[in-house]
Design a protein. Structure first.
Length: 436
């Protein structure tokens, strides 16, 4: 039916169709960007809740684990006919050593002295001591004393007192040795999401992130299909592409560029899913320990570099902005200006260079390759380091997870690179038509 329409009405219909597609692509891309930024925040909060400094590297957690282990060992301690000889022998050895040390201390104290009278007094004390206390006899009685100690250990009250003193000693040693872990960021995450603990917050955040990412993927796919349809129409009309169509295609390319630089391109994560070892016959287990997590878009990287304040980092931030955002945008816009000869700027040297000669200087495609190589490199590095951690110790079972993954921002930026290549081809076709 469109073939029977007058040329002017056909152009208007095509322009309206492309305009609707552009509007749909823009709205879908905006919603995808909003959802993906929200997913980025949720994933960062999840990683914060499971950060290794709150678990495996937290002295308080170790004290809690060891205290519980000691408490269980004391509660379950029982002298039986099987273990009584070993326990009794160890107690006898300990008591004998104590008696030897006491006797040696008393002899050294009594034989010391700076003058004759002190030495004489010490000799008298030693004589009285030898008359009243026979240490050989005491050491001979250590089996009987050991039986008394064992009977005392079997009393529940004695075990309770021993447990209390041991746990207090462990807590005191930890307080005097280790610095308290800063939980301010952890508590901020719980407060931000209204959660009481990690378990409740994790379930809520993970469910929300999964749902949002699925929805964002649908929105992004819809935006890509809308822009792809626009370029399919434009490619069919080459080299008779109308100016309004070129406007739509340029705007569609910039929509993809915006989605590519604002949303995360890559997630880098190294996680210990489970670390297990046996201490005093009982398992010590740590789960979901995040060693490292970063989810950044191009603009996030630029912001982080600028916040460092270092001149070399600022220089890198400027280069990233120039080659990933400014030059690609200028190239697309210059092609549009050249195509329409807006205000006679087709003859302008800068417009001509950016539109027709800047292809080999464009870093958009190079950035895509760099991101892909970064993904491969980070993934391989994290995988190898986690493998080294997993095989680092005997008697320690470590299950590690490499969560490094390319995100939708990478694919949106890749789509922009392809769209800019198609725009360049259309522009060259137009230039060739004019030349002929």
């Amino acid at each position: 039916m469109s073939a029977t329409l007058p040329p002017a009405r056909a152009r208007l219909a095509a322009a309206l169709s492309l305009g609707l597609l552009l509007l749909a692509a823009s709205l879908l891309a905006v919603q995808a960007i909003i959802d993906l930024r929200r997913v980025q925040q949720l994933e960062t909060d999840l990683a914060e809740l499971h950060d290794v400094r709150y678990g495996l590297l937290n002295a308080e957690v170790w004290v809690e684990q060891l205290s519980g282990l000691l408490a269980r060992k004391i509660d379950t301690f029982e002298v039986t006919e099987a273990n009584r000889p070993v326990i009794k022998r160890n107690i006898e050895i300990a008591l004998d050593r104590i008696l030897v040390e006491v006797e040696d201390y008393l002899r050294r104290r009594n034989t010391g002295g700076d003058n004759v009278w002190e030495r004489v007094g010490g000799a008298l004390r030693q004589g009285v001591q030898d008359f009243l206390v026979d240490f050989d006899e005491l050491r001979a009685q250590t089996p009987r004393y050991a039986d008394a100690v064992i009977e005392e250990l079997n009393r529940p009250q004695a075990r309770a007192e021993l447990k209390e003193r041991l746990l207090a000693a462990v807590d005191a040693a930890a307080d005097a040795t280790f610095t308290a872990t800063d939980f301010s960021a952890y508590n901020a995450v719980l407060a931000r999401h209204g959660c009481a603990d990690t378990a409740a917050c994790e379930a809520r955040l993970r469910a929300a992130a999964t749902a949002l990412e699925a929805r964002a993927r649908t929105f992004a796919l819809g935006a890509l299909l809308a822009v792809a349809t626009m370029f399919f129409v434009g490619w069919r009309e080459r080299p008779h592409l109308q100016p309004e169509v070129m406007v739509m295609l340029t705007a569609g390319s910039l929509v993809l560029l915006a989605g590519g630089v604002i949303t995360p391109m890559i997630d880098v994560e190294a996680r210990i899913s489970e670390l297990r070892f046996v201490l005093l016959g009982e398992p010590i287990v740590f789960t979901d320990q995040v060693l490292y997590f970063q989810s950044k878009s191009i603009l996030d990287v630029v912001r982080v570099l600028l916040e460092t304040g270092a001149w070399d980092m600022i220089f890198v931030a400027v280069l990233i902005t120039l080659f990933s955002l400014v030059l690609p945008s200028l190239k697309v816009l210059a092609g549009f200006i050249y195509y329409l000869n807006w205000r006679g700027l087709r003859a302008n040297g800068a417009v001509y260079f950016l539109a027709l000669r800047s292809g080999k200087w464009s870093m958009a495609d190079v950035l895509v390759v760099a991101m892909l190589m970064a993904y491969v490199g980070f993934s391989g590095l994290v995988e190898s380091q986690l493998a080294a951690v997993a095989g680092s110790g005997r008697g320690v079972d470590v299950i590690t997870t490499n969560g490094t993954a390319l995100k939708l921002g990478f694919y949106l930026f890749l789509a922009f690179v392809l769209a800019s290549l198609v725009l360049s081809a259309l522009l060259e076709a137009r230039a060739g038509k004019r030349a002929s």
